[in-house]
Design a protein around this ligand. Structure first.
Ligand SMILES: [Zn+2]
Length: 222
């Protein structure tokens, strides 16, 4: 995995201030990325310590140490981490696209998907989080499918949940958290098919030849 949320994004995530769509995307990435999970645990721990120090000067130093020790134990206890993952497997749900079943990260399991819409090899299920211009979807692309060359008016976040795809910037693996803006122009293509969680704050803009005719359906995809 090469693509991760920025440290800044993880800090805002830890403080609980991200919009639901992005918070869900980061949470789902954390389930797939131990390194970022560790980073967020550290950020949370530091924030808790800071809060503790600034808001409760009357507390005894040893309480503060106990608290820090407790957090450290929780975040370092691999057995606890694994047990958590294991116990949640009992209730995991799958979703079907084109006869193939996919297991969704826990962060996505309680979301309500709208009726899937199809366009060629693309199938999209919108997730209505009531966030105005932020559009959230599950996007499935069948083997051999692609999205025509396009750029983005706002940003486009893609979290690759299953399968693989590639574009001008390289190949992506499961768990990759890909944040693109108007500076990026790309043509995602998949050989074996893929399932992505996407968040975008504006329609994508097709940029090449006949693809420009597709701009009215740019809103379909993201
Ligand atoms: Zn990561």
């Amino acid at each position: 995995m090469r693509h991760h949320p920025t440290h800044e994004l993880m800090s805002v995530f830890a403080s609980g201030e991200l919009p639901a769509s992005l918070s869900i995307a980061v949470a789902a990435h954390l389930e797939l990325c131990r390194d970022c999970q560790t980073t967020v645990d550290r950020i949370t721990q530091q924030a808790a310590q800071q809060e503790f120090t600034t808001s409760s000067t009357s507390y005894q130093q040893d309480h503060e140490d106990d608290f820090a020790d407790m957090i450290a134990q929780i975040t370092q206890d691999d057995a606890l981490f694994d047990a958590q993952i294991y116990s949640d497997k009992a209730v995991e749900q799958t979703i079907e696209f084109k006869g193939q079943h996919y297991t969704l990260p826990r962060a996505l399991q309680s979301l309500v998907l709208q009726k899937p819409q199809k366009l060629g090899k693309l199938t999209r299920s919108r997730i209505d989080l009531q966030e105005g211009s932020l559009k959230t979807s599950l996007l499935h692309i069948e083997p051999g499918g692609s999205v025509p060359m396009h750029t983005h008016k706002g940003f486009e976040l893609t979290l690759l949940l299953d399968g693989e795809f590639e574009d001008q910037m390289g190949k992506y693996q499961i768990g990759d958290f890909i944040w693109l803006t108007g500076e990026h122009e790309h043509t995602p293509t998949t050989t074996t098919g893929c399932l992505c969680f996407t968040v975008s704050n504006d329609a994508l803009q097709f940029t090449q030849g006949i693809s420009k005719l597709l701009n009215p359906i740019g809103q379909f995809i993201y």
